[in-house]
Ligand binder design. Structure first.
Ligand SMILES: [Zn+2]
Length: 219
């Protein structure tokens, strides 16, 4: 029953969905007998309440402890039950089913190293991701302003492309001042050379309020 509820869409790197009760073999280590009950499930045999579970996010680390991505509690449970991941940090709350009791995972680590293709870091460019990469700081004047824009270092009208290497966070006044000029024409150069961001940027975007337990694992 547990397995049925979690199997769909929860696979990682081609793992087959959990499909039998045999996976309830009590493989979770490190259960510390926490008495906290918030998030404990109802009597329907599933873990937790769906809306609670769906709002929680779990940080997934590679076997090398590098942050990889963020997943749902459900997916994390599948990885744990299949012994594909170990729990590094538990959050508050306990998940219950008819036969099991698990502390709510907050940080997990894959048992086997997953080779991350270079391409995975070249994800879609969004304003939010550019601003996160640049620390929400204008790359021209250094101002930390709430309403930042993004600027093409080499303007599109001058042949600049919409790639990570050519887009930076810019406050509106710098963006306006720079206009259609090249950096050397107006002597406005980005403070940091723009590059494709690492996975941490996307992890921080996926979980706008980063849980405290994640911080030690995020560079
Ligand atoms: Zn500025």
């Amino acid at each position: 029953m547990i397995a049925r509820g979690m199997g769909e869409g929860a696979g990682v790197s081609g793992a087959p969905p959990v499909s039998s009760r045999g996976d309830e073999s009590g493989s979770i280590s490190g259960s510390n007998g926490s008495a906290a009950l918030n998030g404990a499930g109802g009597s329907n045999g599933q873990f937790g309440r769906p809306h609670r579970l769906s709002s929680r996010r779990v940080l997934v680390l590679n076997a090398s402890y590098e942050p990889l991505n963020v997943c749902t509690v459900r997916r994390a449970l599948v990885l744990i039950l299949k012994q594909k991941a170990e729990v590094l940090e538990n959050g508050s709350g306990v998940l219950r089913s008819e036969t099991m009791r698990l502390d709510m995972p907050e940080v997990i680590r894959l048992v086997t190293f997953v080779r991350v293709p270079r391409d995975i870091h070249r994800r879609r460019i969004t304003r939010k991701a550019v601003l996160a990469r640049d620390g929400w700081i204008c790359q021209y004047c250094g101002a930390e302003k709430p309403a930042l824009t993004v600027d093409h270092v080499i303007p599109r009208s001058r042949g600049g492309k919409s790639v990570w290497e050519n887009i930076v966070a810019s406050c509106a006044s710098c963006n306006h001042r720079k206009g259609n000029r090249l950096p050397h024409e107006i002597r406005m150069h980005p403070r940091n050379r723009p590059r494709p961001p690492g996975p941490t940027v996307f992890i921080r975007i996926a979980a706008p309020r980063t849980p405290v337990a994640w911080e030690p694992y995020l560079p």
